[in-house]
Structures are given as structure tokens and as C-alpha cells.
Ligand binder design. Structure first.
Ligand SMILES: [Zn+2]
Ligand SMILES: [Zn+2]
Length: 407
């Protein structure tokens, strides 16, 4: 028989090798959740304590990922007390999504190269399956450890401790709470199935939704330069991470859902913890910048609607839109100038305070007059900034109405 050779242009298998440990972990836990859990429910029935344990540990895992891994370590959007960091590190390990160091450095690459097919570790451009779980099942180069973007995390003792002891921590934090609940309630198998396996599966897939569904399904009010979406339903499942379009444009904001009615329990946890000194330096994007992003998108949408509209009355809309755009540019220029003046005034004030201390407060009367003048200047600048913010808000409303009219 002639020897068969493979043609050069057909690669045997271009996919990277399968990662067996991950594949077995994801598929075996999923099978138990789909078959073992309903079987036990039908044959034995679950108790309310079993469900309570499930919900509490699920919440602790989820929030350790969203508030800890994501908003604290990956984005530095606030600072946290070591007690809180240790809790996040422990319950984050229970969520079994890799160590903080690996997770956060990969996530920073996701933001930096979002949607890039080779450099974004969970690029949505490679499909829903890939961005949800496929990227973890094979040894893809984009997921290779590279901590060059995480030097700050390598200096964090809690991060490095968790990284070093990740495997024993995963085993302990997955087994111990479920077994302890089993001893307390006398329903060992029930707790292993609910607080152990089902909790892990639900925790996995809800977090993975942020990489997959939140890049496919929802609205894009702030930017259309990447695939990230805002989705209220996903926010319910992901402790507030469903406002992903906002998050991708303003990643250093400790909030993802910025309005008070947005469901963002991660934001509420971080804010509440700040009242008792467990968190501080919470970073917020100025409202003006948020309005600027929304209005930029509104102009894009209005122009698109205008292009799609057929009829003789487009001239009037075009003129109105041009006038609005000119006003928008003027507001932005004003904002930049006043903001710069604000920063300069603050810097001058600090320098003067230092000088006054050195001079041992010589000439107290002049200093008082001078401070009053400065305070007045600050108040004027602040009210000008607020006026500009308000003007943008009004413009946003006008554009909203205009787009509706054109469409
Ligand atoms: Zn994303
Ligand atoms: Zn992020």
C-alpha cells in the first residue's frame, strides 16, 4: 500500500492542545449539577438550610471576584483594608478562576486589546463559546502568563500569598465550608451538592457571562468602539457587572452601574465598606466626562438616522445638528480651560500654604484677605464647571428628542 502523506496546505489540527485539568473540572462539575443535584432533589428533597448555604457562599464567591479580583486588583478603582483583601483572596480562590495575579493580569490585557483576535485572551470576536469558556479549555498563547502589566500586584503581599498557595486554598475553600455546613445541619450530601458543586458551577458561568454575553447582548450608550454592552438582566446575575459598556470606557470607576437605580451590589458593598473604614479612595469619573461620552454617541446615532431618512426635510435637521455640534465643541473647550485653571489654582494654593508656614504666618491680615480671595475664585470656578455639566445634560436631552424625531 502506498504511503499516505498529508498535503502541506491542510494542517492536521491547528488548535492548541486541550488543557485536561480545566476540561475535566468544568465538565464533571457541570454533569453533577445537571444530573446529581436534580436526582437528589427528587429522591430526598432539599432543606431551606441547604439553599441558604448555597446562596451565601455563592454571593461571597461572586463578590470576591467582582469587588476583589476585578474592581480592586485588576483596576485599582479603590483601596481596601487587609482584612477585606484576605477575605476576597480566600473566597475568590473558592470561585476557582485562577489566582488574583493571573486573573487580573489577563483581565488588564482584555481591556488593553479588547476584541483583538490574538491579544485579547477572551476576545468576543472569536465567538460566544470561545469568550465564555473555550479560551480556558486549550493552551491559547493569549492566555499565557505574562505579569509585565501587573508589577503593582507582584508587590502586594496578599496577592502573592494567594498565588503561591492557590491550589491548597482552592481545595480547602471549596470543601471546608460545604462539609462544615453538612456537619452543622446533618445533611452532608445535600450541602456538598448545593454549597459545593452547584454553587461552583453557577459561580463559574455567571462570571463567564461578563466575558461572553456582556460583549454580545445589550445597548451601547457610551462607546461603540468595542463590543462591550450594558445589560440590566446580566447585571442581576453578575452582581452589577452587566453595565459593561460603561466599564470598558471608564474602567477605573469603582462603579459599573452609575445611576442610583442601577443594580450594582458590588458598588454598594464597596461604598458601604468605606463608611466603616474598610475601603477608601473610591475613584469616580467626573459626570462631565460621562455626559461627553453619551453625547458623542448621540451625535453618531443622529447622523446615522439622518443618513437613513429619505425626504426633503433633512436640511433643517442637518442645520440643527451642526449648530448643536458647534455648541458641544465650545462646551468642551470651556471645560478644558476651566478644569486647567482649577488644577492650577489648587497647585498655587498648596504652594502658598507651604510658604506661609515657612514664614511662620507673618502678616496674618493679608493672608486672611488673600485666602478669602482664593476661596471666592474656587467657588466661581466650581460653579462654572457645574454650569457646563448642566449645559451638557440639557444638550443630551435635546439630542435624544431630535434622534426620535428624525427616526
Ligand atoms: Zn469585557
Ligand atoms: Zn474590567
Amino acid at each position: 500500500m502506498p504511503e499516505q502523506t498529508q498535503p502541506d496546505n491542510i494542517a492536521a489540527d491547528t488548535k492548541p492542545p486541550l488543557l485536561w485539568m480545566q476540561t475535566i473540572l468544568f465538565s464533571s462539575t457541570l454533569l453533577i449539577a445537571l444530573i446529581g443535584v436534580p436526582w437528589y432533589g427528587i429522591s430526598q428533597g432539599f432543606t431551606w438550610t441547604g439553599w441558604l448555604g448555597f446562596v451565601l457562599i455563592l454571593g461571597a464567591n461572586g463578590m470576591s471576584i467582582t469587588a476583589g479580583y476585578h474592581r480592586l486588583w485588576a483596576h485599582n478603582s479603590y483601596k481596601a483594608h487587609p482584612i477585606l483583601k484576605v477575605l476576597f483572596a480566600l473566597f475568590g480562590a473558592a470561585a476557582t478562576q485562577n489566582s488574583i495575579l493571573i486573573w487580573a493580569s489577563g483581565h488588564r490585557r482584555h481591556h488593553r486589546h479588547v476584541d483583538h483576535v490574538d491579544n485579547d485572551p477572551y476576545s468576543a470576536k472569536k465567538g460566544l463559546w470561545y469568550s465564555h469558556i473555550g479560551w480556558m479549555l486549550r493552551d491559547y498563547p493569549a492566555s499565557a502568563d505574562d505579569f509585565s502589566n501587573a508589577k503593582d500586584l507582584q508587590r502586594d503581599k496578599i496577592v502573592m500569598w494567594q498565588h503561591r498557595y492557590y491550589l491548597p486554598l482552592v481545595l480547602f475553600m471549596n470543601i471546608a465550608p460545604a462539609v462544615a455546613l453538612g456537619f452543622i445541619t446533618g445533611h452532608m450530601l445535600e450541602n456538598i451538592l448545593l454549597a459545593g458543586v452547584l454553587r461552583l458551577v453557577v459561580s463559574h458561568h455567571t462570571t463567564f457571562f461578563i466575558n461572553s454575553l456582556a460583549h454580545f447582548w445589550g445597548r451601547r450608550p457610551y462607546t461603540d468602539e468595542n463590543s462591550a454592552r450594558d445589560n440590566d438582566f446580566l447585571a442581576l446575575l453578575t452582581y452589577g457587572e452587566g453595565y459593561h459598556n460603561y466599564h470598558h470606557i471608564f474602567q477605573n470607576d469603582y462603579r459599573n452601574g452609575i445611576r442610583w437605580w442601577h443594580y450594582d451590589p458590588t458598588k454598594w458593598l464597596i461604598k458601604t465598606a468605606s463608611w466603616v473604614g474598610l475601603t477608601w479612595d473610591l475613584r469616580k469619573i467626573p459626570d462631565f466626562k460621562i455626559q461627553r461620552a453619551i453625547i458623542t454617541m448621540q451625535f453618531k446615532k443622529a447622523e446615522q438616522a439622518l443618513r437613513n431618512r429619505k425626504g426633503a426635510d433633512t436640511n433643517q435637521f442637518t442645520a440643527f445638528l451642526e449648530q448643536e455640534y458647534q455648541q458641544f465643541c465650545d462646551h468642551l473647550n470651556d471645560w478644558n480651560a476651566v478644569s486647567q485653571r482649577w488644577v492650577d489654582a489648587k497647585r498655587e494654593h498648596l504652594a502658598e500654604q507651604k510658604d506661609a508656614l515657612q514664614l511662620n504666618l507673618a502678616g496674618k491680615k493679608e493672608t486672611l484677605q488673600h485666602n478669602l480671595h482664593k476661596a471666592w475664585e474656587h467657588a466661581t470656578l466650581r460653579s462654572r464647571l457645574q454650569e457646563l455639566e448642566y449645559a451638557l445634560k440639557m444638550q443630551r436631552k435635546r439630542l435624544q428628542m431630535l434622534t426620535l424625531e428624525i427616526a
